[in-house]
Design a protein. Structure first.
Length: 128
């Protein structure tokens, strides 16, 4: 079970690390998307959210500062739910479906992250 827990951490944390990396790799495109959603200071918002994703994912993978990592990721996901994936405001059926899928995916990720807080620290195979 120890190896399954480690694998789960790598998969979950790795998902966030890659998304954070993509915020920086595709900064111009992500900035345009953030601007289209009405975010204030879109470039800075993309940089900040990319850092939150990357650092939060790294904390989950490494098992360090888990509470802070979960906080960063949950804050990002809640903000995304409320500003970026407001499917109820989208009129195009295909775009609405995409936003709704992303909305509920983020809800599920929040649930998974919150469950991590119930695992006593330090985690097995963590760096701390």
């Amino acid at each position: 079970m120890l190896y399954l827990f480690l694998l789960g951490r790598i998969l979950l944390g790795g998902y966030f690390i890659m998304n954070g990396y993509n915020h920086f790799k595709h900064l111009a495109n992500m900035t345009g998307y953030a601007k289209s959603k009405g975010l204030p200071m879109p470039r800075e918002s993309v940089i900040l959210s990319g850092a939150m994703l990357f650092l939060g994912g790294l904390g989950v993978v490494l098992g360090v500062w888990v509470e802070l990592a979960v906080l960063l990721l949950v804050l990002f996901l809640v903000g995304t739910l409320l500003k970026m994936h407001t499917y109820w405001t989208v009129t195009d059926p295909m775009a609405r479906m995409g936003e709704e899928i992303n909305f509920y995916k983020n809800v599920a990720l929040i649930g998974a992250l919150l469950m991590l807080l119930m695992i006593p620290a330090p985690w097995a195979t963590s760096l701390m």
